[in-house]
Design a protein. Structure first.
Length: 529
C-alpha cells in the first residue's frame, strides 16, 4: 500500500464533513503521527440504513491510517430520559455490536483495525466518577442544558441525568485517549462544551469532526402516514422496494433528496478507483449511464435528465448489495433471538393482543408512532354535572358510536367555539372515570407556561374525522392501549410541543394529516397535552 502524505490523509479525513473544529491541531498531529479518533452511538432504537453514513466515514478514517474507537454508549442511552430501559441495556449493546460489525463487514472495513468499547466498562470507575463530580463543580445548569439541546430530550423540568449527559460525553474523549471525536452536526453544542470544560479539569481540548444532517431515504416530504417508511437493516428486498417507491424524490430537487445524499455520503465514498454510480435505463429514458463523480450526477439530476424512478431503482440495487451480508448474518438463530430479546414486540394488553406489525415495521419503544392520534369532530358540548371546569364532549371518530371525552377547557374555550370543531384526539389512553363519567380519550391542546392560555390544536378544514394523524418520519401500528403502568404517554409527551412557528411537532417531526398537512396553534414553543 502506498504511504499517504499528511495532506492526502487530511483530505480523506475531512471529505464530505460539514465542519471541523481544531484544524490547526489536526495539521500538527498528521505531520507527526496518525490520528486517534472515536465515534460513539447510544444504544437506543434499532440502527437503520442511515447508519451507513457514519460507517462510510469511519471507512475514510481507516483509509487515512487513523486509529478508530467505536463506543457503545449504553450508560448514555439510559441517561437520555431512559430511552433504553436498564433491563434492556446489555441486550441492546450486544445487538448494536453485532449489527454494526455486520455493517462494517458489508462495506469492506477490516474489524481488526477497530477498537470496540462499552461505555459502562469504564464510566463506572472511581476515576471517571470523580471527574464527573469535578465537572459538576464548574459547569452551570444553563451550559449543561444548552449543550444537550439538540441531543437530549428537552423538557420544562429536566431530569438531572439529562444535564449530566454532555459532561460524560466530554469526559469520554479523555478516557478513550483520543485526539478527536466524530459525530453529526447536531452534536456541535456538546463538542464546544467539551472544548470549554475539559481544559478546566486539566485535560487537553480535542478536535471535532461533524457530518451534515443527511435527509432520510424514505423521509423528506413524503406522507408519514404511509407505513413501513423507515428502512431497517433487516428489511427484505421486497420491503425495500416498497419503501423506496414511497420515498420523496421530486424531479430536479437536489436540496431535499435523501436518495442523492445517500449516494454522495455513502456510495461514492465506498467506490473503488475508477468505479462509478451505474444507472440502468431503457432506451426511451436515455439508456445506461455511469457517473464517475457525484457532482456530475447531481447536475444531471438537477437538469431533469434522470427520472426519479431510474434513480430509485439504481439506489435500490446498491442498498441491497449492502444489506445482503447483514441479512445473511442475522439468519443465524442466535442473532434472531438477540434481536427479539433486545427489541421485544409490544406486550399484550388486557382484552386482547396488540395488533402485530408487518415484518420490519415494529414500532420502537420510544417512537411516537405508538400514539393513536386521530381527527375527531365535536358533535355535542355540555358542562359536566359535577365539575365546573370540565366539558363532556361527544366526538365523532368514524366509529360505530361517538366517543365520550372529558376535557378541562371550560375556562379557556366557549361551548360555541368547541361545537362542530375538528380536534386531535389521543384514542389509545386507558379509559378512566372523571367525576363519575367515563372518558374514552383526550383532546390534545397547547398550553403556555403558566397555563393561563389553553387551546385545542388547529386542524385543516379538509381533515376527515377518524383519519389517523402521524409524525413525519415515523410509522408502524400504534399500541392498542397505552400501558399506564409503563408511563408510555408520559414519556413520549415530553417531546410533544409546538415549534417557533406554532406547528405541532414531536422533537422536530411534524404532526401531519393523511394529506400531509401540518397542525398548528397560535401558541409557539409550548407543550401539547
Amino acid at each position: 500500500m502506498v504511504e499517504l502524505t499528511p495532506e492526502e490523509k487530511k483530505e480523506l479525513i475531512t471529505r464530505n464533513l460539514q465542519e471541523t473544529l481544531g484544524e490547526d491541531k489536526l495539521n500538527a498531529i498528521l505531520k507527526e503521527r496518525d490520528l486517534k479518533i472515536y465515534w460513539g452511538t447510544a444504544t437506543t432504537g434499532k440502527p437503520h440504513v442511515a447508519y451507513f453514513v457514519p460507517m462510510s466515514k469511519i471507512a475514510d478514517f481507516l483509509k487515512a491510517g487513523c486509529e478508530v474507537t467505536i463506543l457503545f454508549a449504553d450508560l448514555h442511552a439510559y441517561l437520555d430520559n431512559m430511552k433504553a430501559p436498564w433491563s434492556l441495556l446489555e441486550l441492546r449493546t450486544q445487538y448494536y455490536e453485532q449489527v454494526i460489525k455486520s455493517m462494517l463487514r458489508s462495506i469492506g472495513v477490516p474489524l481488526e483495525k477497530l477498537r470496540f468499547v462499552k461505555g459502562s466498562d469504564y464510566q463506572l470507575s472511581k476515576e471517571y466518577t470523580l471527574d464527573v463530580y469535578k465537572l459538576t463543580s464548574v459547569v452551570t445548569q444553563h451550559d449543561a442544558k444548552k449543550a444537550g439541546a439538540e441531543v437530549v430530550k428537552q423538557v420544562e423540568y429536566p431530569l438531572l441525568s439529562g444535564l449530566l449527559y454532555p459532561g460524560l460525553q466530554a469526559l469520554d474523549e479523555e478516557y478513550l485517549k483520543v485526539d478527536a471525536q466524530f459525530g453529526g452536526v447536531d452534536q456541535r453544542k456538546i463538542f464546544t462544551f467539551s472544548e470549554k470544560y475539559l481544559p478546566q479539569l486539566g485535560y487537553e481540548k480535542r478536535i471535532h469532526f461533524m457530518n451534515p444532517m443527511v435527509p432520510g431515504l424514505a423521509g423528506g416530504k413524503m406522507s408519514s402516514s404511509e407505513e413501513d417508511s423507515k428502512i431497517d437493516l433487516l428489511d427484505s428486498p421486497a420491503n425495500l422496494k416498497k419503501k423506496l417507491k414511497k420515498a420523496f424524490c421530486e424531479p430536479g430537487n437536489i436540496a431535499d433528496n435523501g436518495l442523492l445524499s445517500f449516494v454522495k455520503h455513502v456510495l461514492f465514498s465506498l467506490f473503488a478507483e475508477g468505479e462509478g454510480f451505474e444507472v440502468k435505463r431503457v432506451p426511451d429514458h436515455g439508456g445506461d449511464v455511469t457517473f464517475l463523480n457525484y457532482a456530475d450526477l447531481e447536475q444531471y439530476y438537477a437538469e431533469n435528465k434522470l427520472h426519479p424512478g431510474d434513480l430509485k431503482a439504481s439506489v435500490e440495487k446498491y442498498i441491497n448489495r449492502l444489506l445482503d451480508p447483514i441479512r445473511k448474518d442475522f439468519e443465524k438463530p442466535e442473532l434472531q433471538k438477540l434481536s427479539l430479546a433486545a427489541y421485544p414486540p409490544p406486550a399484550k394488553v388486557k382484552g386482547g393482543a396488540a395488533a402485530a406489525p408487518a415484518a420490519g415495521s415494529a414500532v420502537d419503544e420510544d417512537s411516537p408512532a405508538r400514539l393513536d392520534i386521530r381527527v375527531g369532530k365535536v358533535l355535542e358540548v355540555a358542562r359536566h354535572p359535577d365539575a365546573d371546569t370540565l366539558y363532556v364532549l361527544k366526538i365523532d371518530l368514524a366509529e360505530a358510536q361517538p366517543r365520550t371525552i372529558i376535557s378541562g377547557l371550560v375556562k379557556f374555550v366557549t361551548q360555541e367555539e368547541l361545537d362542530q370543531r375538528l380536534v386531535a384526539v389521543l384514542c389509545n389512553l386507558k379509559p378512566s372515570k372523571m367525576r363519575g363519567i367515563l372518558s374514552e380519550g383526550m383532546v390534545l391542546c397547547t398550553s403556555n407556561a403558566d397555563h393561563t392560555v389553553v387551546e385545542p390544536i388547529v386542524l385543516p378544514s379538509t381533515a376527515t374525522p377518524g383519519s389517523r394523524l402521524a409524525f413525519e418520519g415515523f410509522s408502524g401500528t400504534p399500541d392498542e392501549l397505552l400501558n399506564p403502568k409503563k408511563k408510555v404517554w408520559e414519556k413520549l409527551s415530553v417531546d410533544l410541543k409546538t415549534n417557533a412557528d406554532g406547528q405541532a411537532v414531536w422533537k422536530d417531526s411534524f404532526l401531519l394529516t393523511t394529506e400531509g398537512d401540518k397542525l398548528s396553534s397560535k401558541l409557539a414553543n409550548c407543550s401539547i397535552k
